[in-house]
Write a protein that binds this ligand. Structure first.
Ligand code: MV4
Length: 511
């Protein structure tokens, strides 16, 4: 087994990977930018190397040289950054190190959406009706669109996250859509190539998790429903999907299994599908990385997916097959972002106070702590609140309890947004598609209160007792005039204020 791994990532996922490495007695190397020097991934790593302002989490050569210098044997890319970059995988291999992920060639094929489609068709997987190949001129596009029938979706072959994607509701929108998709694709990905698909409305976004070893063993681990998104940002994910019947699950798993096996895929991967209201399913794209929402699958299948990734990369056989996989209970994840819950604008800044929920069936994956500053330079994910239960009904109750218990002061978060969704009748009934959030927002059916803080969960009596204890604690640690002033201020008014407001006022001083 590897003795040391470099984690080419930051934040939540770097911490997530490190925790598993520690359990596997594998030493970890963090890399970090100056703005990340106070990050938990730096504090929790065995060794940490800072990179110059001119480099970054995308500097392949620096990362590989650092791994070599620090005597690591493998590199875990996490998600985002270099996770799906075939050149990075190639360079790592050439340096004599192990990339924890699939072959570069597989990533290159699946990273090209048009090639991925063609590959899946060749494996007998149902795909979204569409044209094969790159659009070279408008006549060709008009012909394909007429055959498919409008609306059509113009998609960039290098696309992701909805970029380079344009909807054409009718023929007169095709030319403009084509041109703007191509120019966006060129500026975002350096590749202007686009292709056409029929636009499917009212679908769910359902993805199947898979693990494959070097010896042809493939297991599927059920599905995740990721329909609750806004502007292609996933907000809530759950497993299983409320829409999927056992028969449909078996068929989607079989298709995924066959395709992954035929592709000689290795590692953890995900096949994304659209599922329509008649329960037809269509392949959309494959992700050749560990995903943010892998946690909900972990909770229902009982496997540590990062551990499985590392074991597979080290050449171990899975050691189990599909008949050993049992999917139990229900899991749901809310992404807690540093964002205004009303406008969804990023809201970076200092988290004066951070207290995650706990208790039965609650898991929080995060790199946050009281006093940590969410940087505007990276994504706005504070952490993932993941809950597990026997049934969806139990999970809904537990998630509401956990959201109410989650206390973050100093910055705005998506917690109030999640609370409104969790209270929505359609969501509770499991009735939603990818248009859910936008439709509800457009119809003004989501009454989200713009509050930077959440209702106080601690009763005033216990607060009063704790206020003096907190003040005493600051007194012994506080050194500046300013802090003394604040303590006096808290002591004079404090008895009537809530504990967590005061904790917010004094910042990360009390830990
Ligand atoms: C689609 C689609 C409907 N029809 N393709 C979104 C990002 C990328 N992964 C592909 N996506 C979609 N492709 C066809 N032919 C629906 C989505 C889609 C979506 C579209 C609008 C609003 C929210 C969405 C959420 C997930 C997927």
């Amino acid at each position: 087994m590897f003795k040391k791994i470099l984690i080419a990532n930051r934040g939540e996922i770097a911490v997530r990977v490190m925790r598993t490495c520690q359990e596997m007695q594998i030493k970890t190397i963090a890399i970090y930018s100056t703005v990340d020097s106070e990050s938990l991934h730096v504090k929790l790593a065995d060794e940490a190397v800072e990179f110059a302002a001119s480099t970054g989490y995308l500097n392949m050569d620096w990362i590989i040289q650092t791994a070599l210098d620090m005597k690591a044997q493998a590199i875990h890319p996490g998600y985002g950054f270099l996770a799906e970059n075939p050149l990075f995988a190639t360079k790592i291999k050439e340096a004599g190190l192990v990339f924890i992920g699939p072959e570069a060639q597989t990533m290159a094929t699946m990273g090209d959406k048009a090639k991925g489609r063609e590959t899946m068709i060749s494996y007998g997987c149902p795909v979204i009706p569409g044209g094969s190949g790159i659009i070279t001129n408008i006549e060709e596009a008009l012909l394909i669109a007429r055959t498919l029938g409008y609306p059509v979706l113009i998609k960039a072959v290098a696309g992701g996250g909805g970029r380079g994607m344009r909807l054409a509701l009718q023929e007169d929108e095709l030319l403009a859509g084509l041109e703007s998709a191509q120019s966006e694709a060129k500026s975002c990905f350096g590749n202007p190539d686009v292709y056409l698909e029929k636009y499917l409305v009212g679908c769910r976004h359902v993805e199947v998790q898979v693990l494959a070893d070097n010896y042809g063993e493939v297991v599927t681990l059920g599905e995740r429903d990721c329909s609750i998104q806004r502007r292609h940002q996933k907000l809530i994910e759950e497993s299983p999907s409320p829409a999927i019947t056992p028969e449909l699950r078996a068929r989607m798993s079989q298709v995924t299994h066959d395709a992954v096996k035929a592709a000689h895929y290795r590692g953890a991967g995900t096949l994304e599908f659209l599922v329509d209201k008649d329960l037809n399913f269509y392949f959309m794209e494959m992700n050749t990385r560990i995903q943010v929402e892998h946690t909900v699958t972990e909770l229902v299948c009982g496997l540590d997916l990062i551990k499985e990734q590392i074991r597979i990369a080290d050449g171990e056989p899975l050691g189990y097959d599909q008949s050993d996989i049992r999917l139990n209970g229900w899991a749901m994840e809310c992404r807690i972002n540093a964002e205004d819950p009303v406008t969804f604008m990023p809201c970076p800044g200092k988290m004066e106070f951070y207290r995650p929920p706990g208790g039965y069936g609650v898991r929080v994956d995060s790199a946050a702590y009281s006093g940590y500053t969410i940087s505007p330079y990276y994504d706005s994910l504070i952490g993932k609140l993941v809950v597990y239960g026997q049934t969806r009904a139990e999970v809904l109750d537990r998630m509401q309890r956990a959201l109410a218990e989650f206390s973050i002061r100093g910055i705005k978060t998506t917690i109030p947004f999640h609370q409104v969704i969790l209270a929505d009748t359609d969501f509770k009934n499991g009735e939603f598609t990818t248009d859910f959030i936008q439709q509800k927002l457009d119809a003004k059916l989501l009454n989200i209160k713009d509050s930077p803080t959440q209702p106080n969960q601690v009763n005033e009596a216990s607060d009063t007792l704790l206020v003096s204890a907190i003040c005493a604690a600051i007194e012994s640690y506080g050194d500046s005039e300013n802090e003394r002033y604040r303590i006096n201020d808290i002591q004079s008014k404090g008895q009537t204020r809530s504990l967590w407001t005061i904790a917010g006022l004094i910042g990360g001083r009390v830990r």
